[in-house]
Design a protein. Sequence first.
Length: 326
Amino acid sequence: MNIGIVGATGLVGKALIHELEKFPHALRLFHSGCSSETNSSGRRIDPIDRLQEGALDVVFFATPPQVSAEWIPTLLEKTSAFIVDGSSAFRQKDHVPLVIPEINGSLITSTTRQVSSPNCTTTLALMALAPLHRYAYLESFTLNSYQAASGAGRDGVRMLTEQYAAWSRGESIPIDTVFHRPLLFNAIPQIGGFNASGNTEEEEKVLQESRKILNLPQLLTFSTCVRIPALQCHSLSISATFKKPISVQEAYDLLKQTSGVKVYGDNLYPDVYSANSNSYCHVGRIRTNPTVPNTLSFWVVGNQILKGAATNMRQILDYKLKTLAD
Ligand SMILES: NC(=O)c1ccc[n+]([C@@H]2O[C@H](COP(=O)([O-])OP(=O)(O)OC[C@H]3O[C@@H](n4cnc5c(N)ncnc54)[C@H](OP(=O)(O)O)[C@@H]3O)[C@@H](O)[C@H]2O)c1
C-alpha cells in the first residue's frame, strides 16, 4: 500500500511517520515546498505539487485547513485515494464523518473516501465522556483546558523555547507572533479568534464537534480554553451533567474497561509527564460535583499530538482497512 503524508515536516506529520513506521507501507512525504527541510528521518520530502504523481492509496493531511481545503477535493476527484484529514477544513461537513474510532468508528464503511479527525481538546474530552454518556446520557458539560504550546504547531514550540532562552540569558522576552503575548510564565485565555458570543474558535470547536461525534445536536457545552507554557499535552478539568445518576465508582469502573483510557483512583492523578510519551487519555480525580444534580467532575490529560491527532488518524486507517478485509 502506498501512503502519502502531506505536512510531513510539521509536528503532527512527524508523529504520523512514527505511527506508520511499524507497518510495511511505502511512505511518500510532502511539504509546502517552501521550507528548507527536504528530508525527515532520512526520507525524502517532496513539494506538494508532486502529490498527484504517485499512485497513492491513502493520503494523510497534517496541514493547515486552507491547504486541506485546496487539495482534498482534487484528490477525491482525480484519484481513488482514501483521505484522512487532521485539519478543521471539513469537520462540520455533513458528508464527512468526524471520527474517534473508539466512539464512532462504525461510521467508516468500505466505500468511505474521506474522514476528518477531530480537534485535539475535543478528542481527549470525549474519550473520557463517551463511555459515561453510554451509561448515563450526557446532557451538558463545562470544560476548562490548559493547553500546551505545541497545540499551535512547531511555531508554538519555537516561540516558547525562544522566550525561555531569552529569559535565561537575562534578556527581555521577545514579542510573540504566535500567541500575541509572552506565553512564558503566563496563562492566556484565548485560542483562536472570538465569535459574537465571546467564545473562541477552540471553544466553539469543542461544542460543535462534540455534538457531531456523539450525535447529540442538543448537547450544551461551556468551555474556557487556556494556553499555558507546557510544551506538549493538554490538561482538562471537566464537569459533566447526566440524565441518570452516576456514582464515582460506576464512572471509575466504566473508564477502567474503556480501550485507550487509563483511569486513576484513590486521589491519584495524571499530569503532563504521565501522558507525554503515550497515546492514552488519562483520567483522575473523579468526584461528585454537588453544585448541580447528577454531575461528575474529573481531570483529563492526554498527548494532543498523539491521541489528539496522529494516533487517531492512524486508527482511522486501521478501521478502514478492517472494513475492506471483512
Ligand atoms: N499540533 C497539534 O496539537 C494538533 C492537534 C490536532 C490537530 N492539529 C491540526 O493538524 C494540522 C497540522 O498541525 P501541526 O501542529 O503539525 O502544524 P505545523 O507543525 O505547523 O506543521 C504544518 C505542516 O503543514 C505544512 N504546510 C504548510 N503550508 C503548506 C502548504 N501550502 N502546502 C503544503 N504543506 C504545507 C508544513 O510544511 P512546510 O515545512 O513546508 O512549511 C508542515 O509540514 C493543523 O491543521 C492543525 O490544526 C494539530
